[in-house]
Design a protein around this ligand. Structure first.
Ligand code: DX5
Ligand code: ZN
Length: 217
């Protein structure tokens, strides 16, 4: 199981320090939540701040767009060379075109599904994707309660991926902690995003990341 801490729960007054802490603490990816105040009722960070994150990070960036006008934001963030850019299928009329645009910039394309969106919505896109991100909360905020229906959904998606594109990874985002990670691992999830669990852990970020790994086994 790979762990991608979300910097949404970091202390933005000490952002570089908090990015270094998760990288030194053994994370696999640095998850960056970009919100525009339109697609979701919250506003986060743009390329100026994400450049600071990229400079501090020694692990690849995983940029999660929660925005309207995805192509505009892909152009803004592509120069920072993230490993992944993921966009919401609920907000994209031309997903194949956007996947090609992301891939043409040397970045792995991923699609995000909100909790209510069925995996069948992206069946004909799976062969073109490097990752599918399943939301296990309604996007917009850290610290929300895990929605359990993501477990059978991940199982269903895993079966579809085996058929269409076995290399495609499954990531889950929202309310992930050491109580639900084993069920996610058993359902076929490859990567978890964890914000508040990692940054608010009483023993610190390194212990938090390690405990997610141990509990996933
Ligand atoms: C929510 C974001 C998540 C969030 C996760 O819209 O996409 O990445 O930061 O935070 P936790 O782990 O606290 O639910
Ligand atoms: Zn996210």
């Amino acid at each position: 199981m790979q762990v991608a801490p979300s910097i949404l729960s970091a202390d933005f007054g000490h952002l570089s320090r908090d990015v270094e802490a998760i990288c030194d603490g053994g994370c696999d990816l640095v998850h960056v939540d970009v919100m525009d105040g339109h697609f979701v009722p919250n506003l986060t960070i743009g390329p100026v701040v994400v450049e600071t994150v990229a400079n501090a990070a020694t692990k690849p960036l995983d940029i999660h767009l929660m925005v309207e006008n995805n192509p505009f934001f892909v152009d803004l963030f592509a120069p920072l060379k993230p490993a992944y850019i993921s966009f919401h299928i609920e907000e994209e009329k031309h997903p194949h075109r956007l996947i090609q645009k992301i891939r043409s910039r040397g970045i792995k394309p991923a699609i995000v599904l909100n909790p209510h969106t069925p995996p069948e919505a992206i069946e004909y896109l799976l062969s073109d994707l490097d990752m599918v991100l399943l939301m296990s909360v309604n996007p917009g905020f850290g610290g929300q309660h895990f929605i359990d229906s993501v477990i059978p959904k991940a199982q269903k998606l895993k079966a579809m991926i085996e058929k269409h594109n076995p290399q495609c990874r499954i990531e889950v985002d929202g309310g992930v902690n050491d109580n639900n990670i084993k069920r996610l691992a058993d359902a076929g999830v490859d990567i978890v995003v964890a914000g508040s669990f990692v940054y608010k852990h009483p023993k610190g970020v390194k212990e938090a990341i390690a405990s997610l790994r141990v509990k996933s086994e």
